[in-house]
Design a protein around this ligand. Sequence first.
Ligand code: ATP
Ligand code: MG
Length: 140
Amino acid sequence: MALERTFSILKPDATERNLTGAVNAVIEKAGLRIVAQKRIHMTRNQAETFYGVHRERPFFGELVDFMVSAPVVVQVLEGDNAIARYRDVMGATNPANAADGTIRKLFAKSVGENTVHGSDAPETAAIEIAQFFAGNEIVG
Ligand code: ATP
Ligand code: MG
């Protein structure tokens, strides 16, 4: 199995409800290591760039408003098959469809306010990590 890195965001609904430690506990219990982490308040520009692939979707404005509504925690997670593994740990986008024990089943409020982001492929993971972290901020 390949040792990978993935990019994670603990979204505003997680910071607002003081759930960052609870979410990190699920991440670490799943065998993923948090090798970089910082709390930031995203600018509108950062959020629009980050979710640029969804620019034409009807929920884009709502999504950007949400992402800048409160601080977030951006992270780099490392582990075997980290990208797919974290997607499994997160659960389905809509918490109504998320499996038991997943972060979104445990904590998400709605399909929009769904607690976490995780990269969906190696290419996007590399781009997303580089948007928020310098190489020397990642300590594995
Ligand atoms: P993420 O990219 O945040 O990890 P995802 O890959 O599970 O989530 P995407 O389809 O990439 O899902 O959607 C990005 C984000 O846009 C979702 O996590 C959610 O916050 C928001 N979103 C997606 N679909 C809807 C919707 N129908 N209504 C409102 N917000 C939505
Ligand atoms: Mg996505």
